[in-house]
Ligand binder design. Structure first.
Ligand SMILES: [Zn+2]
Length: 449
C-alpha cells in the first residue's frame, strides 16, 4: 500500500460507457468524479481520508466490538401517496425489511453464510461487525422514530441530471434537508428516474471527504422499489442496494474496472486497489461488469491477477459475489474491504461512531408522534414582518426555528412567552417546529420585513 499524492489523484478515471444493460445501476463513480472536478475541498478530503485509512490499517488496529450507527431514513413521497404504505410512501414493514437485510449483511449473518452458492472466496469473507440503528433523537434532541416522511409534488428525481440527483436532499426543492451528517447516516428513499439510456439507477452515495459547505449531500439515495424486498419493493430487488451504497459511503470502490481504452472498450484494472480505491488487496482485478448470477459453475476470470500488486499468488477467478460488484446475487465483503470500512469509521467518519445520538437498535420502527391538532395551536401572522404570536392550549416543550437550509436559528425549551421576534433575521422561508406532550407541529413561516 502506498500513500497517494494530489497529482496522481487528479488523473481521473473514465466511466465505462459501453452499451450494457444497466451500467448506471449505481452512479456513485460519476457523482464523485463530478464533485472532484467542481470542488477542490473534496479532492483534499478524499486524499486525507484515504491516507488516514492507510495509517489506521498499518497500525494493525483490529475491532472486535460491534459499532452502532445512527440512521435517519427520509421517505420523500408523492403528494398523492399521503397514506403510509401507498406507492412511494413505503410501509414501515418495508423499512424494517431493508434494515434487517442491511444488518445481516454487515454482521456476516446473511442467509448465504456459511454455505454460499460457491466456496471460491470463503477464506476472504470479512465481518464488518456494524449495526445500523434508527435514530431515536433528532438534531434538536426531540424524540423521533428515525423516519421522516415528506410529501412532494416532484414525481421523480432524475439521477442523470446533476441538479436533480441531489435535489431531494433540500426542503426548498421539495425534498427534505438532511440531518447533521456528522451525527447521522442520512438515507433518502425516493422515486428515481433516468432521462438518458444505459439502465436504471437504484442508488448512490458519496465516498468520504465532503466538507463543510457541501456536506449536505452526504449520505445515500435509494429508489423506493430497491429498499427492502417486500410491500412496495420491486420483485427484482435483492434488498442489497443499501449494503452496496454504504460500502461506498465507508470508502469502498466497485470491484470491477471502470476504466476504458481510447476506443471505449473495457480494460483490466484493480479498481479498488489503485490510487482511488482505498487499497483493497484481496479483491481480484476484474475487467468489465458482470451482471449475471453467481453459482457453483460461475468461472469468470477476466484478468491475470499475477500482473497486479495484491495478495494473490495465483491467478484467481473474479470475485463476482462481492457486494461491490453488479452481479445479480452477492453475499460478501472481503477482509480488506472490512478494514477500509472500519478505518473510515475510526477516521473521517469517527464522529458517527462516537455520536451522542440515541438509537433504537431492535430493528422495528417505533411510533412517531401524531401531528399536533391545529385547533390547539395558533401561529400568526404568517407571513410576518418579524413578530410571531404562538398561542398554544398545551405546554410547549420545545420550539425551534430552522432556515431553508436546515440550520437552526432559534431554540427554546419549555416555551411560554407566546411571542417570538424574527426581525433580526433575513427575509425568507423558515420552518417552526413545535413539540408538546400531544405531538408535534411543523409549519412554514415567511418573513417579509
Ligand atoms: Zn456502486
Amino acid at each position: 500500500m502506498k500513500k497517494i499524492a494530489i497529482l496522481s489523484l487528479l488523473v481521473l478515471t473514465s466511466i465505462v460507457t459501453n452499451g450494457q444493460e444497466n451500467v448506471k445501476k449505481c452512479i456513485t463513480t460519476r457523482l464523485v468524479e463530478q464533485e472532484l472536478i467542481s470542488n477542490p475541498d473534496y479532492t483534499k478530503g478524499r486524499i486525507s481520508s484515504i491516507n488516514e485509512n492507510i495509517d489506521w490499517i498499518k497500525a494493525n488496529h483490529s475491532k472486535k466490538i460491534t459499532i452502532n450507527i445512527p440512521v435517519v431514513i427520509h421517505i420523500i413521497h408523492k403528494n398523492t401517496h399521503s397514506n403510509i404504505g401507498v406507492g412511494t410512501n413505503i410501509s414501515n414493514a418495508q423499512i424494517e425489511d431493508a434494515l434487517k437485510i442491511l444488518n445481516e449483511d454487515y454482521s456476516k449473518t446473511n442467509p448465504e453464510y456459511p454455505n454460499p452458492p460457491r466456496n471460491t472466496f470463503l477464506n476472504y469473507w470479512g465481518n464488518p461487525n456494524m449495526n445500523f440503528c434508527l435514530a431515536s433523537t433528532d438534531p434538536s434532541g426531540n424524540p423521533t422514530n428515525g423516519i421522516t416522511r415528506t410529501s412532494t409534488t416532484v414525481g421523480s428525481w432524475d439521477a442523470d441530471d446533476n441538479f436533480e440527483s441531489n435535489a431531494m436532499k433540500k426542503t426548498v426543492n421539495g425534498g427534505m434537508n438532511g440531518w447533521d451528517p456528522a451525527n447521522y447516516l442520512n438515507i433518502w428513499v425516493c422515486n428515481l428516474s433516468n432521462s438518458n439510456g444505459g439502465g436504471m439507477t437504484l442508488g448512490y452515495a458519496y465516498l468520504p471527504g465532503l466538507q463543510s459547505w457541501n456536506a449536505w449531500k452526504d449520505g445515500l439515495v435509494i429508489d423506493f422499489q430497491y429498499f427492502g424486498t417486500i410491500d412496495g419493493a420491486s420483485t427484482s430487488s435483492d434488498g442489497r442496494t443499501a449494503t452496496h451504497e454504504i460500502g461506498h459511503y465507508l470508502g469502498l470502490m466497485h470491484t470491477f474496472c471502470e476504466d476504458t481504452d481510447n476506443q471505449g472498450n473495457p480494460i483490466c484494472c484493480d479498481n479498488d486497489n489503485n490510487n482511488w480505491g482505498g487499497n483493497v488487496d484481496d479483491t481480484p482485478a476484474t475487467k468489465d461488469i458482470y451482471f449475471g448470477s453467481v453459482t457453483s459453475s460461475t468461472n469468470n476470470n477476466t484478468c491475470n491477477d499475477l500482473s497486479y500488486s495484491n495478495l494473490f499468488t495465483t491467478n484467481v477467478k473474479d470475485m463476482d459475489e462481492n457486494y461491490m460488484s453488479y452481479a445479480s446475487n452477492t453475499w460478501m465483503f472481503s477482509i480488506d474491504q472490512v478494514n477500509v470500512m472500519n478505518a473510515t469509521l475510526n477516521g473521517y467518519r469517527s464522529s458517527l461512531k462516537n455520536t451522542d445520538v440515541s438509537m433504537n437498535c431492535n430493528g422495528s420502527v417505533g411510533t412517531e408522534l401524531n401531528n399536533y391538532q391545529l385547533e390547539n395551536l395558533n401561529i400568526y401572522p404568517n407571513p410576518t414582518i418579524g413578530k410571531l404570536n404562538i398561542i398554544s392550549a398545551d405546554k410547549i416543550n420545545t420550539l425551534s426555528i430552522t432556515n431553508i437550509i436546515g440550520k437552526e436559528i432559534l431554540f427554546y425549551k419549555d416555551f411560554s412567552a407566546n411571542i417570538i421576534d424574527l426581525s433580526s433575521h433575513e427575509n425568507g422561508v423558515y420552518f417552526i417546529n413545535i413539540r408538546t406532550d400531544k405531538g408535534k407541529h411543523i409549519e412554514k413561516i415567511i418573513l417579509n420585513k
